[in-house]
Design a protein around this ligand. Sequence first.
Ligand SMILES: Nc1ncnc2c1ncn2[C@@H]1O[C@H](COP(=O)(O)OP(=O)(O)O)[C@@H](O)[C@H]1O
Ligand SMILES: [Mg+2]
Length: 230
Amino acid sequence: MLTVENAELHYGAALALRDVSIEIEADRITCILGRNGVGKSSLLRSIIGQHPLSFGDIRFNGETFTKKFAYDRARAGIGFVPQGREIFPLLTVKENLQVGFSAVKPDQRSFPPYLFELFPVLQDMLHRRGGDLSGGQQQQLAIARALVIRPKLLVLDEPTEGIQPSIIKDIARALVQLRDRGITILLVEQYLDFCRQIADHIYIMDRGEIVHSGKPETLDRSDVREYLTV
Ligand SMILES: Nc1ncnc2c1ncn2[C@@H]1O[C@H](COP(=O)(O)OP(=O)(O)O)[C@@H](O)[C@H]1O
Ligand SMILES: [Mg+2]
């Protein structure tokens, strides 16, 4: 569904991605693991159109996306859940969700019916301010906001960061349900447990490069664990 080929990304003179190639297969959960600062967010930024590649290509469903604007990628069906959630604290939960409507046609501006089945807490809190929600609830809101565009590919940057274990379980269950509904998922994580539970395929990054690609079982190998925060 999504291919990144020989990607290089710079911040000024600093190289953050070095010859990165990955393939995201449809209807799977692909997880990119790696420690802090290895380039995970940079790779996602290049995929959603927030930072240009200095070399390489990105293709989505066969179409070249390398130079497309972020809003075109959202319209084409790439939903994004940023690191740190970035919900709007002064808007209500409902208004936060409606922000996603800007990327869809007027006749599609309704909440997907499964949204509140996945995250019932959001229904109860529709009129509360985003900033009044707990960290875990805010993460669920950020995921729901991305789902409002009815994405084909959902991209998440460290969805478990700073979140209590009970809500991490809810998020894991939601992502598996979304995959089973036909939404392809790409997420990056620092910690392997969450990925091992839900991933169909994993990549590991180190210092701007992909250093491993395999099934989640391969995470048990000591040469693989070297690259990770366990
Ligand atoms: N906006 C930026 N300007 C300059 N350097 C950056 C910027 N964002 C990230 N970097 C650098 O790029 C490297 C990769 O960062 P990042 O992609 O955020 O890693 P990760 O998400 O794996 O923690 C780091 O060395 C980081 O300091
Ligand atoms: Mg990051």
